[in-house]
Design a protein around this ligand. Structure first.
Ligand SMILES: Nc1ncnc2c1ncn2[C@@H]1O[C@H](COP(=O)(O)OP(=O)(O)OP(=O)(O)O)[C@@H](O)[C@H]1O
Length: 361
């Protein structure tokens, strides 16, 4: 990318985001952020639409005397995520904030998230944490800034879906990310496209990062023994992406995270899951059970979904209480993304041309 191209991209981006990042753009080194997939800062209208009554931090605030808050880039049921500038190092960061009190109760979700993220530092698919802690009002984590999440990238792709070459590599890397988490004795319990991002710098733009460690739970003891299952483990996760076992309130195991990978991949490669328009949770459960009937699910695995047949079959045939064969699952994803390599261009690097050419056929 030369200086002219960078300027053109900058002009297309919101002027504020470009201003924030312009200090870093130096085409003579390969460190500059990938502007095309940086997370967008929410406009006032989007914030209102998300019914967020109040921003926890307003742009212009210098949080903890160090991080200059530029705007909100994401929010979930618990936290808000801000684009911030580290005023000491002159580098961009993401700051995740959660109020310490919620409905007069002390919130612990982010305390646990910090703890797990710190334990996992050094794992390839876990974002770098620069600082974490709390002040009088908030728990916070200052972490590596990542790209727009893959759910939002899919939504803005012209065909509303991603190519099998890109989704295969997302599956491969997500299974690898989960392998690390599971090997440390945790299940993630909220795998979904909104929690999957890529790096936004030249050197990590094809590395996938898994986000949101707030729902993790230990399924193995420190000695590596599976913990006894609770008779009713409750429903934890996001309705659209949880496995049939989670609908049945069974204790989650790595198997359930892998099913969430499968449903996420289905949505990314097809554009939607078969239960996208269903509101009744029992109906969603019923369709997911039907999908698992290997002799009866042909309708759900035709056209662009057909690339997931083998991966899905492999999962259905696994025992949820036995450690999954990660390498076999990753090899299955490899078949999906060939002839590409992990470090070749992804859909967003090449103007989504693979899905656009599919549409024309
Ligand atoms: N480090 C980051 N860099 C860029 N964007 C991020 C980062 N962390 C989070 N986001 C964005 O913010 C969104 C919400 O983040 P996250 O899932 O961590 O919040 P949450 O409050 O825990 O959400 P939920 O209620 O779904 O559990 C993500 O989907 C992603 O788009």
């Amino acid at each position: 990318m030369d200086t002219q191209e960078v300027s053109a991209i900058q002009r297309r981006r919101s002027s504020k985001a470009s201003r924030i990042l312009s200090f870093q753009i130096n085409t003579s080194n390969s460190q500059f952020p990938n502007l095309e997939i940086l997370p967008k800062m929410s406009t006032k209208k989007e914030i209102a639409e998300k019914r967020i009554k109040q921003l926890h931090l307003t742009p212009g605030t210098i949080f903890m005397n160090r991080w200059s808050i530029e705007g909100m880039i994401g929010s979930g049921g618990y936290g808000q995520i801000f684009l911030a500038m580290d005023t000491k190092k002159n580098e961009v960061r993401a700051v995740k904030i959660e109020p310490k009190m919620r409905m007069e109760m002390i919130t612990k979700r982010m305390i646990m998230e910090m703890d797990v993220m710190l334990k996992m530092q050094g794992k390839q698919h876990v974002p770098l944490v620069y600082s974490s802690g709390y002040n009088n009002e908030f728990n916070f984590i200052v972490m590596q800034l990542l790209s727009e999440n893959t759910g939002d990238i899919r939504k803005r792709s012209p065909a509303g879906r991603l190519s099998k070459e890109t989704v295969g590599r997302i599956v491969y890397q997500t299974v690898n990310a989960l392998k690390d988490i599971h090997e440390m004795g945790y299940v993630h319990r909220d795998v979904k496209p909104a929690n999957i991002c890529f790096g936004c710098h030249q050197q990590n733009r094809h590395i996938l990062y898994l986000l949101d460690f707030g729902l993790l739970r230990r399924f193995k003891t420190d000695a590596g023994i599976r913990k006894p299952s609770r008779p009713n483990a409750g429903f934890k996760g996001t309705e659209r992406y949880v496995s049939v076992r989670v609908h049945e309130k069974l204790e989650q195991t790595p198997w359930d995270d892998l099913f969430s990978v499968m449903y996420s991949a289905y949505e990314l490669v097809v554009g939607e899951v078969p239960w996208r328009h269903l509101e009744d949770v029992e109906e969603i459960h019923a369709v997911k059970k039907l999908m698992n009937e290997l002799n009866n699910n042909g309708e759900m695995f035709k056209d662009s979904a057909s690339v997931l047949i083998d991966f899905h079959k492999m999962l259905v045939e696994l025992d949820p209480n036995v450690d999954p064969p990660y390498e076999k699952l990753m090899n299955c994803a490899k078949v999906m993304y060939q002839p590409k390599e992990l470090n070749d261009l992804y859909d967003w690097d090449e103007g989504f041309k693979l899905t656009l050419s599919d549409e024309k056929d």
